[in-house]
Design a protein around this ligand. Sequence first.
Ligand code: SF4
Length: 294
Amino acid sequence: MEKGSRARDYHPDTRSVSQRRTFRSCGYKWLFNYLQGWRSRQTRAVMVLGSVMEQIASAIACGWVTTADDAEAGFLLAWDMLDRSTVEWSVRNTWEAFRDQGAALSRIIVPQIQERIFVPEVLGQQYMQERIFHFLAPGVREQCIPDLYGFVRQDLFSDYRLTVLDFKTKDRGFDDSAIELDEQMVAYQLAEESKTRMVQQLCLCVMIRGANPKMQWLFADPRPTLLVERHLQSATLIDAQIKRGEFWQNPNECFNMGECEFLSLCYPSRAHERDAKLIRNGDRRASLFTGWDD
Ligand code: SF4
């Protein structure tokens, strides 16, 4: 979407799946991030790897990259240009380890994506990373950026179907049923349908890094009406709570799966860490950046 169009369609009360996930985990997290503009100085390494891999996969899916050599070269170029000081590395997730894993993964995804994703020659048959603004209910604004909409087939012997697809990068595969309740997929479906585009199937395309890189393709039918209605109810409820300013702290989330990035804002004993760990973009009501997954 053009910059002008993006600015025209944007509204500060625009929500997304990432925002709702953040709000559900802890209201204060949403407040700090989306209302007050706080964010970590560093991005976790797995997020950065996922973002680069998504760009490589997209380039293959639309036919810009056609060989394993080019995919690997594209990955290495992007990875070597990273500003490493902006990334949070760990003992296992080092720049070097991810460089090797990403290069190997970039090679093996080429034939698999080419086998399943149709590269159209006609405009309007494939949309990549399109930012879609629409309404989930009267006054409930939503933005969504599906990774891909276009023709995808389940295997060499299946027909191509109009599909909305999400790329993921993980260190292990998902359970086969993971796609069925994935909130992101119903959000993608609704976004495409708001553009009056037919969605015949949903697809989760998982790029699995590690010693044995591989891909996992999960497919599901579009969400039935009942599940769509539940999704809309939940989104509408959260939108109303945010508009009413109902935010609570959730202490169960502070040290869940590591430390919450906002500990220095909630815990006076950690306040001295604030400037080293966080920066603030100023009051932004809600950011246009809604997470890596939107
Ligand atoms: S530190 Fe705890 S209460 Fe504060 S935003 Fe994070 S999860 Fe919420």
